[in-house]
Design a protein around this ligand. Structure first.
Ligand code: GLY
Ligand code: MN
Ligand code: MN
Length: 445
């Protein structure tokens, strides 16, 4: 029998993309413009390309799925405030690479006010930007900067004939990324679905695990489920680390054999309609935790559960992280992996040897999603609609000064959470993390 197919959530509609553009433009001066290029195809080798993935910022404002597009926003423009440039129609090429919407299709299917094909881009852009005082673009994106510079340069060259180039460039990132930080109901549905697919994939990998397989076999189980459920694949390179490979935070080789007696750490999440899931689970290859693994696991699990309980409006990621650090440090002191006083081991940084990363990041279209973590130099309070991960871990080096039973153990437990008015909703609860539940799941297959 084929595995179950989860019902797909609704795609985000044109009305929402239009509202997002309107919300952004409401923050901009009337005589400004926004230039936002989409992504372009990237060569993988010779004449083959990586699968196309639209740029997150561009997708957020358009939903337009083709490469080499450009969005221009012109607040207050009578002929239309949202102008999209897209690939030229090219019937011969389309036989090879698929239908292009062209200007006509882009306007019809994506609800922008005007659309033009790229052949017209240069002349039209000059016309559209002439007289716009401030041009907003992504300062971190070299393509945006080059594009804006080129337009400015051409308009400046025509200044004696009355052209008015932009007088200032401004960074679009703070405004747009603040908007992206608070997720809409439709975005939360997609994130819930990405979480649900990711959870099923982890269950599948857990059920399949046994000594004699390699890390890549579990990667194959995970990624089969991502695609089976209609996801585009992993939201980031899947991490499957057996034994001490779990201590390499972004281990992606996934080539080593899985050995009985070792733990395996899987950090992997599906991308669905461009939204990311991000789950980590750690479990025994052979289905039973050893005593030392169980003791360390209990410390990480309790830190994670307490952190989840702390997620609610008003608290901060820094406060949640501090709680996790305290709990992990106390656990290591209790197990004899750190000496002396808990506060002293936090203050002198000894805990960083075992827990070098932070506890949370924003999650959305990007796995490490956009949005400021601090406001006026202070950690910002959480508010409803923010989506984040909680992912404490312990990574015990294979060093001589460490008790032998603990050497080379890496454990991380990660879930995805949305902040709600009442507290939080865990989006990835459907994959076991209690020792008994993991052992039971692994036993049943
Ligand atoms: N997989 C990257 C992270 O958990 O942050
Ligand atoms: Mn992760
Ligand atoms: Mn993460």
């Amino acid at each position: 029998m084929l595995p179950e197919i989860l019902p797909r959530p609704a795609a985000i509609g044109n009305a929402e993309y239009r509202d997002r553009r309107a919300t952004l433009m409401a923050e901009l001066p009337a005589d400004s413009a926004v230039l936002l290029p989409g992504a372009t195809l990237v060569t993988r080798s010779r004449d083959s390309e990586y699968p196309f993935r639209q740029a997150s910022d561009f997708h957020y404002l358009t939903g337009f799925p083709e490469p080499d597009a450009l969005l221009v926003l012109l607040p207050g423009r009578a002929e239309g405030e949202s102008v999209l440039f897209c690939q030229d129609r090219d019937p011969a090429l389309e036989t090879w690479t698929g239908i292009r919407l062209g200007a006509e299709g882009a306007r019809r299917e994506h609800g922008v006010d005007q659309a033009f094909e790229n052949a017209e881009r240069e002349a039209r852009l000059d016309e559209l930007l002439d007289g716009r005082t401030t041009c907003y673009l992504m300062f971190d994106d070299a393509d945006s900067l080059a594009l804006a510079q080129a337009v400015r340069h051409r308009l400046a060259a025509r200044a004696r004939r009355g052209a008015q180039p932009p007088l200032a460039f401004a960074d679009l990132a703070p405004l747009l990324h603040e908007q992206r930080l608070i997720k809409s109901a439709a975005e939360l549905e997609l994130l819930r679905h990405a979480g649900a697919i990711s959870a099923r994939a982890h269950c599948r990998a857990m059920a399949a695990a046994r000594p004699g397989l390699a890390e890549y076999h579990l990667q194959a189980e995970l990624e089969h489920e991502f695609h089976w459920q209609g996801g585009s694949g992993p939201a980031y390179a899947s991490i499957v680390g057996g034994g001490a490979n779990a201590c390499v935070l972004h281990y992606v080789e996934n080539r080593a054999p899985l050995r009985d007696g070792d733990l395996v750490l899987i950090d992997a999440g599906a991308e669905f309609d461009l939204y990311a899931g991000d789950i980590t689970r750690t479990f025994p290859v052979g289905g039973r935790f050893t005593a030392a693994q169980r003791e360390l696991y209990a410390v990480v699990l309790e830190a994670q559960e307490r952190a989840l309980e702390a997620v609610r409006p008003g608290t901060t990621l820094a406060a949640i992280h501090d709680g996790v650090v305290r709990h992990l440090t106390a656990g290591l002191v209790h197990l004899g992996l750190l000496d002396g006083d808990v506060q002293a081991r936090i203050d002198d940084g000894s805990i960083k040897r075992f827990y070098p990363h932070s506890t949370s990041h924003w999650l959305g279209l990007d796995v490490h999603d956009v949005g400021d973590y601090r406001r006026d130099g202070e950690p910002r309070p959480l508010t409803p609609g923010m989506v984040l991960t909680v992912e404490p871990g312990l990574y015990i080096p294979d060093d001589d000064d460490i008790q032998a039973a603990f050497r080379g153990i890496g454990i991380r437990i990660e879930d995805d959470i949305v902040v709600t008015a009442e507290g939080c909703e865990v989006l990835t609860a459907d994959v076991p993390k209690q020792v008994a539940d993991i052992e039971a799941l692994m036993d049943n297959f």
